[in-house]
Every structure is written in C-alpha cells, then in structure tokens.
Design a protein around this ligand. Sequence first.
Ligand code: AMP
Length: 324
Amino acid sequence: MPITVVGSIAYDAVKTPFGERERMLGGAAVHFALAASFFEEVRVVGPVGDDFGEAELDVMRRRGVDVTDVERVRGGKTFFWRGEYGWDLNSRETLDTQLGVFEGFQPKLSERSRSSDVLFLANIQPDLQSEVRAQMPDARFVALDSMNLWIDIARDSLVKAIASVDCVILNDAELRQLTAKPNLVTAAREVLSWSPPASQRASGEPRGPSVVVAKQGEYGAALITRDSFFALPAYPLETVIDPTGAGDTFAGGLVGYIAAHPREELSDELLRRAMAHATVLASFNVEEFGTERVERLTGKEIAERIDVLLEVTQFSGPALPLRY
Ligand code: AMP
C-alpha cells in the first residue's frame, strides 16, 4: 500500500576518512524513499529550490517514486547540510545547515498523498510533523523520526507528535535524552506510555506509539513493544564509506516492509522481518557515498543479504548443563 513521506530533500557535503563529496543528493525523505521503493509506491512531499536538478528528481523517478508533491519554490535554495565523520565513523559533526526553502515550509498534502495508508514523518520540526499527521487521520500505520536538535529546543512539541504515531524510530542516545532514562528498554517503555488511554480517546483519534525502534549505528538496532524485545546486529561489513542517510534508509526498509503487508497484523513476527529488511537496506547505503549504492541496488542483492543475516543471527543446540 502506498507510502507518503514528508521530510528533507537536500544537497549534502560530506567528508569521511575515505573521501568526500561537495554536493550530492541527500535528505531524509530521499534516502527513505529510495529504500522503501523496493516494497511499495512512495510519494515524497517536501520543498526544493530553483537549484535542484531534474537529474536528482530522476534518481527517484527511476525507482517509481512519485515526486509530484515535491514543491519547487521559486527563488529559493534547496536545503543544504554539511557534515564530517571521525576516523571510525561513529562520531559525526554537523558543520553547516542551511534551511533554505525549508524555512517557510508549510506542508500541504495533495489528495493523492493524503490517500496513502502509510505515513513516514522524517526528521523535521515536530509541529510540522503533527500538522502532517492531522492531514492523514485515516493512515493505517504512521512512523516518526527525529533528532537531538528537536529534543533540545522543542521537546514538548515532539512528545505531542510522538503521541500521534504508531512507531517511533530514534537513535539510542536520542531515546535516552528524550526520556532522561539511562536504560534503553526503560526509555523505550516510557515512550510507549505516551499514548492517550483507550478510555479517554475519541473514536478516530490516534492510538499512540506501540513500537519503538532504537538505532544503534554499527551495533544494529533494537525493537521494543509493550511486551516484547528484539534486536539485530548490523549486517557484518568490511567496508563502510559513508553512513549518511543510513538511519533514513533503515526506516525506509522497515516502514516499506510493513506497508507491503497490509493484511498482516502488526505482530512481533512481521516486525522482526521488517527489522531484517531495514538492517540489510541500511548496510548497502553505507557502502558508498550518499545514495550512490542504493541507486543501483537490486532486489536480488537484498534477498541474498537477508539470507546471510538470518544465518549469522541464529544458533541452535541445547544449553550445556552448567556446573553451578
Ligand atoms: P541520517 O544520516 O540518517 O541521520 O540522515 C542524514 C540526512 O538527513 C542527510 O541527507 C541530510 O540532508 C539530512 N539532514 C541533516 N540535518 C537535517 C535537519 N536538521 N533536518 C532535516 N534533515 C536533515
């Protein structure tokens, strides 16, 4: 079932220990859309400036992504982000963020974008996330991403936005910061409690989050619901070139997989398979700069890595009788 994503469409300048790019296609909505497009039709909503090229739109069009709601703002400049990574790629410094056309962005979803069953609110100002959510009251599944900036300067708005979605996808450090809880599972369960009680919920009002995904970079990701826990390591890679967009690509795999199973209940079983696809998609993203690797990715390559991931995360045999 179609997915609508609202978020940044960007030019990124990135430096890692393995090279640099001065102006490459990026943005959370773009990384998400390219990954999710393997599963379902994706509709991208977001602004770009006069400087945004047709070639960049074609990268999405080639994956069947619907870009009709990408709004070209006359006289505006496309969102620009510059970042640099430390030697082991675990630390990242933002050197420049130019909001450009994002400054006055008022998301207005077309009839078509509003008719999607699944919505992904990529990392944007949380009040805007809530506004978009309100434009799609009937969405079957809604997921949200955010970042430390909004926890710092707009926490109340973020908590409100979170209460209106089904799934929250954050880095583990962001989850801890958001809840002021040092333990990841406790932090996730706190977020899961931000749901309006069923007895006080008007019909048609959002249910509140039932799934929290904590991304842990090269260590993988954990999935926490009210009564279950699941974790996967990252796909074992020997070459990592640029982690930019890995989180959004992960979200695209997760949400895309869920969107492609509209008749399945949101069970632990479905969520675990979605986590595996998210993990594999993200593994391709980091192998080259920006969208370069995912642009030429094939379904067959994804399937091969799913098999490997299954193999490296299983063990068997009875527990040894212990001495004590
Ligand atoms: P990730 O590596 O998954 O955290 O996502 C990186 C992408 O997010 C880059 O392509 C950036 O263009 C985009 N990005 C960085 N900062 C922001 C921001 N403040 N708001 C929206 N998008 C951003």
